[in-house]
Design a protein around this ligand. Structure first.
Ligand code: CIR
Length: 253
């Protein structure tokens, strides 16, 4: 079984950071309803849901994957690149400690957002972005190398985070919407998807993925590949450059 760390959306969600898209009105009530549905997907699969303490003063706190990344049974507490988000890690650190998980940390002047970290097997692709700097990537490499992970830095300029542009299917194929991927040739196996919101999948098990309901053609493409696809609406989070991956952190037991 798996545990899932989540954090409920702040009532200030609409004030979250925006980098590559225009601000549009966000419906806070709908966001909460979408968040509950998202969490229910995992609950219905039998995953244990662990709520990280609310951090309502942080508009983007719901995007919990930016604050903590799991590598096997070790957590790395990040140092988010946006000033407004740096304080999110305190409650994330507490949650990791409460769960009895060993924690490592990125230190100043390094910055790292979890959204820039894509694990494929023992390879860890890390986006070099406005949020994640070379120092942060170097620190992550030093923390992970002795534990058997290889860190590969990837330049990202067209989207907020590496995983806003690419994620991976259960078989390790990296998927992305090509107009938003700087260099698909970085990945040994790459498959383009036809929709912008089709780039992000959460791997639930070897044959099942969770994705946004805003990419129906991509969902169909994955079904044709033999995958089970569960879709869930996350429009209010997409308006803030979020996606299905960033709303949770999986802890494998
Ligand atoms: C931000 O700009 O930090 C938030 N509005 C969105 C963060 C989304 N996180 C992610 O994709 N990992």
């Amino acid at each position: 079984m798996s545990r899932l760390l989540v954090r409920r959306p702040s009532p200030r969600l609409a004030e979250g950071e925006l980098t590559h898209i225009e601000r549009v009105p966000v419906d806070a009530e709908l966001a909460l309803e979408q968040w509950r549905r998202y969490v229910d997907v995992y609950r219905s699969l039998g995953w244990e849901i662990v709520e990280v303490d609310p951090a309502d003063e942080h508009a983007d706190g719901v995007f919990i994957e930016d604050a903590v990344v799991m590598f096997g049974d070790v957590a790395v507490i990040t140092r988010p690149g946006a000033d407004s988000r740096r304080g999110e890690i305190e409650t994330a650190r507490e949650a990791i400690a409460t769960q009895g998980i060993e924690a490592l940390a990125i230190a100043e002047p390094g910055t790292l957002d979890g959204g820039d970290v894509l694990k494929v097997g023992r390879t860890v692709y890390v986006g070099r972005t406005l949020r994640t700097n070379d120092e942060g990537i170097g620190q992550l490499r030093d923390l992970l190398a002795p534990r058997g992970w290889e860190v590969v830095a990837v330049p990202v300029t067209k989207v907020l985070h590496l995983k806003s542009g690419v994620t991976a299917l259960p078989d390790g194929t990296v998927i992305g919407y090509e107009p938003l991927v700087d260099d698909p040739s970085v990945y040994p196996w790459f498959a383009p998807v036809p929709e912008e919101h089709g780039t992000a999948v959460v791997v639930l098990d070897e044959r099942t993925v969770l994705m946004s309901s805003d990419a129906p053609r991509t969902a169909e493409m994955f079904r044709e590949r033999g995958l089970e696809v569960i879709t869930t609406p996350i429009s209010e989070f997409e308006k803030l450059e979020g996606c299905v991956t960033c709303l949770s952190v999986r802890v494998r037991d």
